[in-house]
Design a protein around this ligand. Structure first.
Ligand code: ADP
Length: 622
């Protein structure tokens, strides 16, 4: 019972969500269900009236008007029904779109740490699978017109059947026994038992279904990944060069086999249930018809009314069977609804302040990383340990170190994609958690190592928006060194990057993509700018040149340069050496290189070996 109440509460919460998404859909479904439940009874009423005229009254005078009214009403109800259906489908399509937007919005705005969290991926995949396999989850609540229709049908049938029970058989009739109150009790008890039995059967189907879902979830993730890879430029190359087609084919075949196995086991179990329940229904229907016949023979009702009451019985029994299975089905959704709300409520974890960031013309922003340590959620190892760092305005800082030493993690903390596990980060002496997050983020331009450009036009990529200032975009592209290529673009700033959505789109090289990503950072014109090795794929000399050139462009902004190559950051005021999550050395290049026992010297020498001597000399001279 407790479980039942919990499910019911979840269902109510689900309907509140649908109401919040688009209230119209609930009204439309309600009216649609109501109208479609009433219409069959109207036609039953006319049939009964016609029969009564023919059998009881044996009069043909009123027959023509009744038949005309029946035809007119039939035409009208069809018209209303069709109109309603059209309206219902239109509103439903809009409401489902809004539901998807809500879900996608949630994915876009949720704390970044969830994006890197496997469990959250599984949760979202669970919701998708629920919708794909039989339209379950919140999705199902947009399709309840059948349930409403069945419910109203039940109510009307119950009223009619009660009336039948109340119509007494003549005292001298041999069928008087059917007026006995025990018959009513027997009827009610039979239906309660039927309801119980059908929900037990349905529970069994749900258990199989949840097993199917668990299997399907992993498959769906892999399937989604593989599908994304097939038409992907980058992986398209590897698929061909390494003959990965066979591997992908196997994934598809395995997925197909799992899905088939799952749907077969579902089908088998549902078929068995349908057979049992349908047989029971027909027995009940037979008993109902017999009851009506006996009532008529006993003189309790007119022969014409037999149509109404047999109709009421069949509507009641069919409605009852459909209602009970659909109601169990919709209640069975409550677990999925729980998952839906779990996903939708994820964002409340990160504390977000309201303090506005002081607007300073002099850009006097000072960032201080104070004794910060950090572990990724679900891991035991520190990715950063006791980091202390001060970034004052105009300072050029380099963070260097081997791969995996914690450089990117520090940037994630500075941009609050994660919060420190221990310690704090201060902006002008105040904990960054206290600031309005959007205002705080406006202080940063970051070019990540794995930056992404979108298959939209160039201007939108640089401005990261559909609103932009053309002049500033030109300046940023020029500063980033993209002018030469840009001059060849036929559609100027409106030229699409890549050809995913535009056959006139342009293909760009890795180096050109980096330049556009840098132009995006420059266009944002933030006081603090960070390059997190977007140039890692380039050779060390090119990286050094780009970094040095970039440093000229950023002028007096605060800049953080990250690289695993020490040579790229020689020009910086301060170089911080990271090793296994710790800051182990700091200072200028000339100072660090003199410490012959230091990590910096060791790395410098190790890396220098890879380049020809004259190149190294050329660097040092530049
Ligand atoms: P770097 O930028 O210096 O190459 P990172 O900051 O990316 O290094 O990584 C530091 C450490 O944190 C590495 O051991 C890495 O495996 C780990 N790490 C990075 N991202 C995650 C993550 N999302 N979850 C768990 N561990 C991570």
């Amino acid at each position: 019972m407790k479980q039942y109440r919990k499910r019911l509460n979840m269902l109510i919460q689900g309907f509140k969500e649908v109401y919040a998404i688009d209230a119209r859909i609930l009204y439309v479904l309600l009216i649609d269900g109501l109208v479609n439940a009433i219409f069959p009874f109207i036609s039953l009423l006319f049939t009964s009236m016609i029969l009564n005229q023919l059998i009881v009254e044996a009069s043909f005078d009123k027959l023509i008007p009744i038949i005309s009214m029946a035809l007119g009403t039939g035409f009208l109800t069809t018209l209303i029904s069709n109109g309603l259906r059209h309206y219902r489908e239109t509103i439903r399509a809009i409401a489902l779109d809004k539901k998807n937007v809500r879900l996608n919005k949630e994915s876009m705005f949720m704390d970044y740490e969830y994006i890197e969290n496997q469990k959250v991926h599984e949760l979202r995949s669970h919701l998708e699978i629920a919708e794909l396999t039989g339209g379950r989850g919140l999705y199902a609540l947009f399709f309840i017109e059948g349930l409403i229709k069945q419910f109203v049908t039940l109510i009307i049938s119950i009223v009619l059947i009660s009336n039948l029970f109340l119509s007494r058989v003549a005292n001298q009739s041999p069928f008087k026994f059917i007026d006995h109150p025990l018959i009513v009790v027997l009827f009610i008890a039979t239906f309660i038992l039927y309801f119980k039995y059908s929900s037990i059967l349905y529970q069994k189907v749900m258990i199989i279904l949840s097993k199917v879902m668990q299997e399907g979830e992993k498959g769906n993730n892999i399937f989604g990944f593989v599908l994304g890879q097939l038409f992907n430029y980058q992986s398209g190359k590897e698929i061909r060069v390494y003959h990965q087609q066979a591997l992908y084919k196997k994934v598809f075949m395995d997925m197909g086999a799992t899905a088939n196995k799952a749907s077969r086991s579902m089908e088998k179990s549902e078929n068995k249930n349908t057979l049992i329940l349908q047989s029971l229904i027909h027995v009940l229907l037979g008993i109902g018809f017999l009851f009506v016949a006996l009532k008529m023979l006993g003189g309790a009702i007119d022969p014409g009314e037999i149509v109404i009451y047999t109709g009421a019985f069949s509507n009641f029994i069919m409605g009852f069977s459909e209602f009970s299975s659909n109601f169990s089905r919709i209640l069975g959704n409550s677990e999925l609804l729980e998952k839906y709300f779990e996903f939708m409520n994820l964002k409340d974890v990160k504390p977000v302040g309201t303090l506005p960031v002081e607007k300073r013309v002099d850009n006097e922003y000072e960032l201080e990383v104070k004794d910060v340590s950090f572990k990724y959620p679900g891991t035991d190892e520190y990715a950063l340990k006791n980091v202390n760092l001060k970034l004052s305005i105009g300072k050029k800082v380099a963070i260097v170190g081997m791969n995996g030493s914690g450089k990117t993690t520090l940037i994630k903390l500075l941009s609050r994609l994660y919060d420190p596990t221990e310690g704090e980060i201060l902006l002008n002496g105040i904990d960054i958690k206290k600031y309005d997050y959007n205002e705080y983020l406006n202080l940063f331009s970051v070019v990540f190592q794995d930056f992404s450009l979108f298959s939209f036009d160039l201007a939108q990529n640089v401005a990261a928006s559909t609103d932009y200032d053309e002049k500033n975009i030109h300046v940023a592209l020029k500063q980033a060194g993209f002018s030469e290529r840009y001059d060849k673009f036929k559609n100027g700033l409106k030229t699409s990057l890549y050809q995913d959505f535009d056959k006139d789109g342009v293909e760009i090289s890795g180096g050109e993509a980096q330049k556009i990503a840098m132009a995006r950072a420059l266009y944002k014109d933030s006081p603090i700018i960070i390059l997190d090795e977007p140039t890692a794929a380039l050779d060390p000399i090119s990286e050094f040149k780009i970094y040095a050139n970039f440093n000229e462009i950023v002028g007096n902004k605060t800049a953080i340069y990250i690289s695993h190559r020490l040579s790229s950051c020689r020009f910086c005021d301060e170089i911080i050496v990271f090793d296994k999550g710790k800051m182990i050395q700091r200072g200028g290049h000339d100072h660090l290189i003199k410490d012959l026992n230091g990590k910096y010297y060791e790395l410098w020498n190790a890396q220098a070996q890879y380049y020809a001597e004259e190149e190294v000399e050329e660097w040092i001279l530049t």
